[in-house]
Design a protein. Structure first.
Length: 110
């Protein structure tokens, strides 16, 4: 039983790290889009047109979605595939990243 708990703990930590890494990548992608002109497929100083690229919306570890979009800020959420210890079956690892042009703020939801 101890071996299983240790394995599960490592899986949860690994999934948490993967969600954070991917959210940081998506934040960078959104900031890049913000800076590009519409001619080059960008937002032209706005996050309003940003959408997560289809190939990045989901992978083996997590699912991502845009939660809110404003001209100067966008919030992206990542929901992992591992259940956080002590939570019900709906307690999947969840983080949000608030993206602005020059900074990001990571929030742990679960």
């Amino acid at each position: 039983m101890i071996g299983f708990k240790s394995f599960h703990s490592k899986a949860v930590n690994s999934n948490r790290d993967a969600v954070i890494i991917d959210l940081n990548y998506l934040a960078s992608d959104a900031q890049s889009c913000y800076k590009k002109t519409q001619t080059y497929g960008g937002g032209d100083q706005s996050f309003m047109g940003y959408d997560i690229p289809v190939q990045l919306k989901a992978n083996d570890n997590e699912d991502y979605s845009v939660i809110t979009t404003q001209i100067q800020m966008i919030t992206i959420q990542g929901i992992g595939k591992e259940v956080t210890p002590g939570c019900s079956q709906t307690g999947y690892i969840t983080y949000r990243i608030i993206v602005e042009l020059t900074k990001t703020t990571l929030q742990k939801i679960i």
